[in-house]
Design a protein around this ligand. Structure first.
Ligand code: SF4
Length: 290
């Protein structure tokens, strides 16, 4: 395939075995882990866990990436689309509340094919928010829950920390398309059945950016439309050491100020626990379930 799946639009040739674009991935899905996952927001994890499938490679290049080993060092196993479908069914058989596609952007074509026949549980598109609107449109009806990051609204920050100065423009368009597809969120017995849950990870020293993101969400969507998740789990992993200003944990005062801002805006959603700021929360990428 000649790939234009994500906003990079590399037009690189991706064969079943070799990748040529920015994400470096072949056309066959590459997966590092598939397991029940309990560390998402409560209406995603529920009591039994979310059926998380972690894809390797990434169209972004976040210097603080928690999943550097799979996202940038490309650890994972190449599998067929039919094996991907089988993995979904195995997770559902183990009680997964949903199928949670973690970082699926560059495998949208394979995911769409694996979902030709609907699953009995909701499908969660858990992406960095760097999705192309046309690619998302092809997923209409196949994805019930969108779980995008909104990492930045400032091009300079997006370029510096994720290698994608066009991220704000792309993510804003992608999130609008996601909301257009799902409509207002629907909770059933405490579980998210459909809708959009927007995540923002607060970066050290970037409280103004977190406020800008929350302002955008509040101004863009009327109450009852989307859920918002404020993440304070930042740990300086990956290449964060090369950027002294973010090579530290988040201060409690920064987290508190962001939480207060979210409450003042009346954003509905979640604030991540303090205890989640621990490198031990990064899952083991060891081909479990693949
Ligand atoms: S998915 Fe990969 S190859 Fe395709 S446009 Fe994006 S970065 Fe390039």
């Amino acid at each position: 395939m000649i790939c234009r799946l994500c906003p990079r639009g590399c037009e690189a040739e991706r064969t079943e075995t070799a990748g040529g674009g920015y994400c470096r991935m072949p056309s066959l899905p590459v997966v590092a882990r598939a397991a029940l996952h309990r560390w998402e927001e409560p209406p995603i994890s529920g009591t039994r866990g979310s059926g998380a499938v972690f894809f390797s490679g990434c169209p972004l290049d976040c210097v603080f990436c928690q999943n550097d080993g799979i996202s940038h060092q490309d650890f994972g196993k190449k599998i067929s689309v039919s094996r991907l479908r089988q993995i979904f069914l195995e997770l559902i058989g183990r009680g997964a509340h949903n199928i949670n596609l973690v970082n699926p952007t560059h495998f949208a074509h394979a995911v769409a094919a694996a979902l030709d026949v609907p699953l009995p549980v909701p499908v969660v598109w858990n992406s960095g928010g760097y999705d192309r609107v046309e690619t998302l449109r092809a997923l209409t009806g196949k994805v019930q829950i969108y779980l995008p990051d909104l990492k930045y609204l400032t091009a300079e920050l997006a370029g510096r920390y994720s290698g994608a100065a066009d991220y704000p423009r792309a993510a804003v368009a992608a999130i609008r398309e996601m909301v257009r597809q799902t409509g207002p969120y629907v909770l059933e017995n405490g579980m998210l059945r459909s809708g959009v849950l927007i995540r923002h990870l607060i970066l050290p020293g970037c409280l103004p950016e977190a406020k800008r993101v929350m302002d955008w969400v509040a101004e863009s969507f009327p109450p009852g439309t989307v859920l918002f998740s404020l993440m304070r789990q930042y740990v300086p992993l990956g290449r964060a050491g090369e950027f002294p200003e973010i090579n530290r944990r988040l201060r409690a005062s920064e987290a508190r100020a962001a939480e207060g801002y979210m409450a003042d805006l009346g954003l509905e959603g979640f604030v991540q626990e303090d205890a989640s700021a621990d490198a031990g929360f990064v899952p083991a990428f060891d081909l479990t379930g693949v």
